[in-house]
Each structure stands twice: as C-alpha cells, then as structure tokens.
Write a protein that binds this ligand. Structure first.
Ligand code: PLP
Length: 388
C-alpha cells in the first residue's frame, strides 16, 4: 500500500491536470462524450487497452479522473471512484460486494440503515446487525456466511469508536471484507485502509465538500476490489457530474486547513461544555474520560469536528435550547464551514421506538453539534446563552 497522506501538499496537488494554457488546476470538462480520430483509437479505449476519456456517465472524463486521483491519495488508496452522493457509493459497494450478506456493527447513517434493514433484504440480500458492545458475536455472524462487514467510526450520534484494526483482523481470518464509512472522521483524521480495512466510503457532501453546497460520494480501495463496483456505478448511473467533481476538487484543496481548525474548536467546545451545569454528558472522542478515547488515540490523528451534548432536563428543555441558538443553525448534515445543531430524535433517529433508542444509547435530550469555522469563543458564547 502507498504511504498514507492527507497532508496539505497532497490535497493541493494530487491528481491535478495542468493544461497547455497554463491552468494551475484541472479544467472542468463539461462534456458528456469525447471524439476519436479513428475507430481503432475508439476501440483502444472501449476495449481497455488505453485509458482515455469516452463517456462521462462511465466516469471516463478528465475532470473525474483528476478528482479520483485526489480522492485515492487522501486515503492512501490504490484507486477511488467518485459518485453522485454518499448513498450512491454505499449502494454500489453493497451491490457489488455484499450480496452474500452484510454485517453492520453499531449505529449507521439513516439512509444506510434503511438500505440495509429493508431495501437490500427485499432483493434477497441477508443483513445482520450488532451493537458495538456485542462484538463477541461477530464470529457467529461471519460463520453464517456474510461477505462484508460494515461500520462507521466515530458513529452518529454517540461518537462510538470502534477498533478498525481489531475488527478487520477478525473479519479477514474468515476471508470477509471490511468497509468503513469514514465520513465523520474525514481522511485528515483517520485512514481506515492503513488500519486494515478494504474499503473506505465518504459522503463527500460533508467534510470533503465542506461548504454545504455540493452532494457527492467517494469509495476508495484496491484497484482489484474496486473493479466490480465500477460496473454498478456505470449502470445505476450514479456518476458525479463534472461540474460537481470540479467543485469537490476545489474544496479538497483546503480540507486539512478546515478540519484541523474544526478539530481544535470542537476540542475547546467539548472541554468547556463538559464543565457546564446544564450538560449531563459530552460525547467527544477527544475527551480523556470518554469511553472510546483510548482507541481513538491509537487510530485517529485528530478527534474531529463532531460532538454530542446530552442535556439535563427533558426533551422540551432541549428543544428550547435548540430554538435559542443564534449562531448554530438548526439543520441536519455536517462538515461545513457553518456550525449546525440537530437533535437526533427529531432528525437522524426520528421515529425509532424508545426501547431501540435506549438500546443504542440515544436520549431525547441529545443535541449533536457540527463545528464549523466560526470563532470558538463565539460558538461557546452561543451555547452558553442558549443553555441559559
Ligand atoms: C450524510 C451521510 C451519508 C449519506 O451521504 P449523502 O451524500 O447524503 O448521500 C452516509 N454516511 C454518513 C455517515 C453521512 O453522514
């Protein structure tokens, strides 16, 4: 495997195509098709003898090639595919590699959960779920015959940290592949491939895009394992548009600068909120006494910009706090330059029965924060005035 790098130089320079006119970055090829000088030239590309541009939905477009090279470099991967959304990346991955069965560990994004718990089983694909605290049961599920283990770490909304190296080791003993949704951490803070995972998925809509203005997704891994996913992307038609690919590449050039600041601000907010009398508990991997802190220290380079506060009082009190925010916006999503606040029970986990919420350690008084690029002191002041 190539050396993992999420460094500044990689983000600025990886994959850039500099044209004859002196453009410092890859131009946007807003074309759907590409012409050839001869039929034999066309056949070279169609039959795979030459890599070249052909048709944008296939991903054979220079702007997309350029983005994919950057995406691969972010995770130290051999290859990457770009998609129209994070869900598009997950769907194509599950259809290509999960047909024998998928084991999902811990909490997962709402759309992923719906796909795994109802849509894929409708196609006859078996799916299994176990909590992060039930890892002893992993072997049993693997023996049933699943082909893919999937999880998020840190997860939504309790920031549960799962041991990538250990779980990958267990799965690989039985020849089972491992896929990690690395959206919450971002490639700046965590590189699952270097820890033994086979696939990394990103909702590029979040940190990679970083400005809450584009929807896109990414899948990274070895060339060999990514090959069968390509056909699914091609025929499901879930390619990223060149215009979006170009915006995403632009965003990635500033990714480490954004994420490093978000890490620092989140740490400060978490430490300050942990002292607040109205706050029962702060869920943040960077806090020394947080359950997942030790594993987080060993597998993450930074602790991320996401944290969850569990407030004292009841749900109505928490809603009041939400409604008093002036700087934090009430919105789902995450990873942008603007700070957002959301209550899991009103958005990502809306409608889940109380016993299931309790089983997953999610309370009605939780507020999840996505820390943006505002001044840390302004965010803390907003939290303090909202908590009253
Ligand atoms: C948002 C999100 C997704 C889905 O991404 P889209 O780009 O909205 O399709 C998947 N996983 C996680 C962890 C997310 O936060």
């Amino acid at each position: 495997m190539k050396k993992t790098s999420s460094g500044l130089s990689t983000c600025v320079h990886a994959g850039e195509i500099k044209d004859a006119l002196g453009s410092p970055h890859t131009p946007t090829y807003t074309t759907t098709t590409f012409k050839f000088d001869s039929t034999s030239d066309l056949l070279d590309v169609v039959e795979g003898r030459k890599q070249g541009s052909l048709y944008t939905r296939y991903g054979l477009n220079p702007t997309i090639f350029s983005l994919e090279e950057k995406l691969a470099a972010l995770e130290g991967a051999e290859a990457a595919w770009a998609f129209s959304s994070g869900m598009a990346a997950l769907s194509a991955l599950f259809l290509a590699h999960g047909r024998k069965g998928i084991i999902c560990i811990g909490d997962a994004y709402g759309g992923t959960m719906e796909l795994l718990s109802s849509q894929l089983p409708e196609l006859g694909i078996p799916t299994y779920f176990l909590l992060g605290s039930e890892l002893d049961g992993l072997k049993k599920f693997i023996e049933i015959g699943a082909g893919l283990v999937f999880f998020e770490t840190p997860s939504n909304p309790t920031l549960e940290v799962l041991d990538i190296q250990k779980i990958s080791g267990t799965a690989h003993e039985s020849g089972v592949l491992v896929a990690i949704d690395n959206t919450f951490a971002s490639p700046v803070n965590q590189n699952p491939l270097a820890l033994g995972a086979d696939f990394v998925v990103h909702s590029a809509t979040k940190y990679l895009g970083g400005h809450s203005d584009i929807t896109a997704g990414a899948l990274m891994g070895s060339r060999h394992l990514l090959a069968p996913v390509w056909v699914w992307r091609k025929n499901l038609g879930t390619m990223v548009a060149p215009e979006v690919a170009s915006l995403l590449a632009r965003s990635i050039r500033t990714l480490p600068v954004r994420v490093e600041r978000q890490n620092a601000t989140a740490q400060l907010v978490a430490e300050t909120m942990a002292q607040h009398p109205k706050v029962e508990q702060v869920y943040y991997p960077g806090l020394q006494d947080f359950e997942g802190h030790t594993i987080a220290r060993s597998q993450m380079k930074g602790f991320g910009g996401m944290l969850t506060l569990d407030l004292r009082g009841n749900q109505a009190d928490a809603i009041q706090v939400m409604d008093r925010f002036k700087l934090f916006a009430i919105a789902p999503s995450l990873g942008g330059v603007e700070s957002l606040a959301t209550m899991p029970v009103t958005t990502t986990h809306h409608g889940l029965p109380l016993d299931e919420l309790m089983r997953r350690g999610i309370s009605e008084t939780m507020i999840r924060l996505s820390i943006g690029l505002e001044d840390a002191q302004d965010l803390i002041a907003d939290l303090e005035q909202a908590l009253g």
